[in-house]
Design a protein around this ligand. Structure first.
Ligand SMILES: [Zn+2]
Length: 462
């Protein structure tokens, strides 16, 4: 007899044998009956070329970078062992670690999924949505290139609904935990009779077999050949773009040649060339759902701002920018390149208005702080790049301090600019890049926004 909760948990997963949410005896029983099969976490692969070199591969994160395999004296196997440093944050995978995958029967979970969404699409949204459905049907990859504020999550609803009702298992993956936390309740509402799980670092155990999974790209390391459709939302976000293993993870979690759809406001050149060369489906939405153009960033010099802040002074231009927002009673976000500089600046802002607070990635109250800004309990929020995407605040005005810093890539700057003017009642707003010298990335960001506005205008008027 198979216990459904064990089967449902393991289908599509790759998991450590000694660390499951079930009693050890039960796991061993399923291994003995061949319902779970075992694989070493790190295998040695021999290269097929002439020299037959041997190299390591991690079977959880698919890392093959040899520099990230570390030898150590292992207390468990009493030998010189090797572990994978790449996925160490999720628990150590070494040569003597066993991974298990479900190899028992998989029942048919097919049932009718309801779509409880009554919003209305713009023409461009509707077209993109239909194009995505067509690509899923054809089992080909797809790129949705949609400007910030185009309503891209809604575009996914009909396609996900279509796939679920075909009995397909769907994963929506994104590099950012914040985005998972934002997407999960929205999908729950729209798919009321679908079992839906959310996975991120520290997510709770969730019962049943989820036909729809929303997960961070990191959590994909724990799945294998699991999904019939994979959608990567915010495909341009850190750390996905700079991490080969995360990119491979997206491919390893799909069954066979299952289609992958990438959704982004700022596609990389690599993705754009794949679209052409590999004949992907492609949807482009240059206009926001409300039809207004994207706010264009202003460049304002703020020479030696870091020295001034270090000396306990805010640059006058920054003070006057903020005072204008306070007078207008418009909520504002000010982005900083580092936590350190932000923390030096926070008390200086608080001298002007004590209600101004700051937020960064490790802040346990980051969600509450964003809610406070949204509810107008605070006038403004200082932040690092963690709030560059995924948040929508009515009438928000945005400044970037130190826009020339390396962390502000053109795509980060486009995303940050995309926070402004999202609401139809306030389709415009202030986006200013305070800088100590204009960089190429700043120029590229502004040029791209101007280009999109021009294309959006032409697409609407033609
Ligand atoms: Zn690994």
């Amino acid at each position: 007899m198979i216990e459904p909760q064990i089967r449902d948990f393991f289908i599509g997963r790759i998991w450590t044998r000694n660390n499951t949410p079930f009693p050890k005896e039960k796991i061993e029983k399923y291994i003995n009956s061949n319902h779970l099969s075992i694989r070493s976490a790190i295998t040695v692969i021999q290269s097929p070329n002439l020299f037959k070199q041997k190299f390591f591969k991690c079977n959880r994160c698919h890392n093959e970078n040899q520099e990230e395999f570390i030898q150590f004296e292992c207390a468990r196997c009493n030998e010189l062992c090797v572990y994978c440093r790449h996925c160490i944050n999720m628990g150590r995978m070494s040569r003597c670690t066993d991974l298990i995958v479900w190899s028992g029967p998989v029942p048919n979970f097919k049932h009718h999924h309801e779509l409880a969404w009554e919003g209305k699409f713009t023409k461009a949204q509707e077209q993109a949505s239909n194009e995505l459905i067509a690509s899923i049907n054809l089992k080909r990859n797809h790129l949705i290139h949609a400007v910030c504020g185009a309503g891209k999550t809604e575009i996914l609803f009909p396609a996900v609904h279509f796939a679920l009702n075909k009995g397909l298992r769907v994963c929506v993956a994104t590099p950012r935990t914040d985005v998972v936390l934002e997407l999960f309740p929205r999908f729950q509402k729209v798919f009321p009779n679908t079992i839906l799980h959310a996975y991120y670092g520290g997510s709770p155990k969730q019962p049943g077999f989820a036909q729809l999974v929303i997960a961070t790209t990191h959590q994909l390391f724990r799945f294998e050949k699991a999904f019939d459709v994979v959608i990567v939302d915010e495909a341009d976000a850190f750390p996905y773009t700079s991490d080969q293993a995360l990119q491979k993870a997206v491919y390893k979690v799909r069954k066979n040649e299952a289609p992958i759809a990438f959704v982004t406001a700022t596609p990389s050149l690599k993705i754009l060339s794949q679209v052409k060369q590999e004949n992907w489906g492609h949807s482009f939405i240059p206009r926001r759902y409300h039809g207004y153009p994207l706010p264009v960033p202003r460049f304002v010099s703020l020479w030696s701002y870091d020295k001034k802040i270090n000396k306990g002074k805010l640059p006058p231009k920054l003070i006057s920018w903020m005072k204008t927002r306070l007078e207008q009673k418009a909520p504002f976000l000010i982005f900083f390149p580092t936590i350190q500089l932000m923390e030096l600046a926070t008390p200086l802002f608080q001298e002007i208005d004590p209600k101004i607070i700051s937020v960064h990635a490790e802040d346990p109250n980051r969600k509450e702080k964003v809610v406070k800004l949204r509810n107008e309990e605070i006038p403004g929020l200082l932040t690092t790049t963690i709030l560059e995407r995924g948040i929508t605040i009515k009438n928000v005005q945005v400044a970037v301090v130190g826009a020339e810093s390396k962390i502000f890539t053109s795509s980060a700057l486009i995303q940050i600019s995309g926070r402004v003017g999202r609401n139809v009642q306030f389709p415009d707003g202030e986006i200013v890049f305070f800088h100590h010298g204009i960089t190429m990335e700043m120029d590229v960001a502004r040029e791209e926004i101007l280009r999109l506005n021009k294309e959006g205008f032409e697409k609407v008027t033609v």
